[in-house]
Design a binder for this molecule. Structure first.
Ligand SMILES: Cc1cc2nc3c(=O)[nH]c(=O)nc-3n(C[C@H](O)[C@H](O)[C@H](O)COP(=O)(O)O)c2cc1C
Length: 203
């Protein structure tokens, strides 16, 4: 598939085939693709909760505006953005530091990330969500490239999801992503209106 075909093929589909699973192997391949996404200072402040169990999906649906796709799709991802992903001692930051940086860079590195992402709660929130959003987008294109369909959702009760899935305070949930196959017999509606290039570019 060309990139353009992947781009056109990706749609937020509403009807998933509940009888067609997504293997763990395929899901892991797509997650590995998405892990190649860019991130602020390569801090990769994203994590996933993978929800497959029908009872857990029903619990998720109950706090996700009762959206049927949450239980119809074989897999629903809870995307997490780590608001503390720029702080000293954060596990992912420390791994990045060990793998990619030298000790002499540590003070500069921590000072710079604290100045950028630690200067207000909004900055930390934006840090988590922009990076997790890029990861989520890559995930959806990678899933499209591998023949799957997805649906991103922010129609959910954030605190309800946090409570139901024991999500620690440092994580924000930018979206859920339903993953699976299109239900047979469903025709996908034509792509909805998009802004033109001229509308997107501001003077
Ligand atoms: C962050 C985000 C949250 C969304 N939340 C929902 C949702 O909760 N429920 C829903 O039906 N669609 C949701 N959508 C899907 C959008 O309505 C859809 O992407 C948009 O209409 C464009 O259609 P397309 O993705 O098929 O091109 C969401 C999309 C994004 C990117």
């Amino acid at each position: 598939m060309t990139f353009n075909e992947i781009l056109e093929r990706r749609r937020a589909i509403n009807f998933f085939d509940p009888d067609r699973d997504v293997s763990d192997e395929l899901l892991r391949e797509i997650i590995a693709d998405a892990a190649k996404s860019p991130s602020s200072f390569n801090l990769q402040p994203w994590k996933l909760k993978v929800v497959r169990d029908p009872e857990r999906k029903a619990a998720l649906r109950a706090v996700a505006s009762d959206q049927p796709k949450v239980t119809e799709a074989p897999v629903v991802l809870i995307v997490l953005g780590d608001r503390d992903g720029w702080k000293e001692g954060n596990d992912t930051l420390e791994k990045h530091f060990r793998n990619n940086l030298v000790p002499e860079q540590r003070d500069w590195f921590l000072g710079t990330t604290a100045a950028l992402y630690g200067n207000s709660p909004e900055a930390g929130q934006a840090f988590a969500n922009k990076n997790a959003g890029l990861f989520a987008m890559s995930f959806m294109y990678a899933a499209s490239a591998r023949g799957l369909h997805t649906h991103p959702m922010d129609g959910f009760d954030h605190e309800g999801v946090r409570r139901e899935f024991n999500i620690p305070d440092n994580y924000w949930v930018p979206m859920l992503i339903a993953v699976g196959h299109l239900k047979p017999g469903i025709e996908i509606a034509p792509k909805a209106w998009r802004q033109s290039v001229d509308e997107i570019i501001l003077d």
